[in-house]
Design a protein around this ligand. Sequence first.
Ligand code: AMP
Ligand code: MG
Length: 343
Amino acid sequence: MATPEQHLQPALRAVTLASRLCRSVQARLDQVRAITKDDKSPVTVADFASQAVICHTLRQALGPVPIVGEESSAFLREDAHAAHRRAAIDAAREVWPGVAEDQFLDAIDAGAADPPADGGDFWTLDPIDGTKGFLRGQQYAVSLSLISAGRPVLGVLGCPNLALDHTAPIDGLTPQGTLFWAIAGQGAFESVLSDTSARRRLGPPGPLPSPLRLCSSVEEAHTKGDTVAEVLQHAAHTFIPLRLDGQGKYAVVARGQGDAYLRLPSKKGYIERIWDHAAGVIIAQEAGRIVTDALGHPLDFSRGRGLDVNRGIVAAHPALHPALIASIRDLGLADPPSAAPNA
Ligand code: AMP
Ligand code: MG
């Protein structure tokens, strides 16, 4: 099997192409149809197009590798959804000229695998992480990671609306997004989306500022803002909230623009999905930050599509991480794993 280094170039290319098509769809968002999936989370034509382009690009370079992605083509294949199907193919054609319908749908399903039963290596993909942010015209990420022996060994994160300039406001749109990547043991990097040769290494962490800058979800249903405040208050820290959708939160912490990312269970029994974390986790870790679940346990990516034995996430500067875990424990905010699947 190829090494993570041999996987890096196709992964960078795949995420760059997908990020470009997502930017283009977001720029004409009024025409985008939000489709409500069974679990009530929105999915757009760009989610499907991004998954197809990434799976096609990876497989062209690497052969039939297993890809555990968030989407499948089932919805688009239904006759009633022909308009969505055409719109998704049009979105993909911006970076995959002339792709035929069958080829497009099959490419989406190339990313609909389950993790290999034999415990072998696999890719995990969130074609648009933070679809709600995408639909609000705000932050989202294109996330791709290679998992080996239960942990991410390579991660690539496209953040089309996050400026390379760390001092630029997170809420403002930017003419050039940022690409982040990491390989286990080799550090984490960022560059403008269009040119990975002008890369910058992330880390190591500097001194902790006061107030701290704390990343959390925009969606209250994913992490409640007042719970995050309670944790910081209990740890005797003041903080400025940095709220953004998707795994850009890990990248913001990795590059020292934020000091911590807290994701506290707000729905009993919710199991985090591997594609919502894998790429961000390795980028933060390779930049010298600590990432665990909300009880301080390592994240276990060997359990299938979910982080079944973990609850919540704490990604933080190493000087801050222990105090956050202690505070969460004291306050009893990390609900222990239960057998209940996501309902
Ligand atoms: P974020 O933008 O960081 O809040 O994360 C977006 C991701 O949250 C989506 O990709 C969903 O998979 C995931 N999600 C959906 N419902 C929940 C929930 N109740 N708790 C935590 N995460 C959730
Ligand atoms: Mg997601």
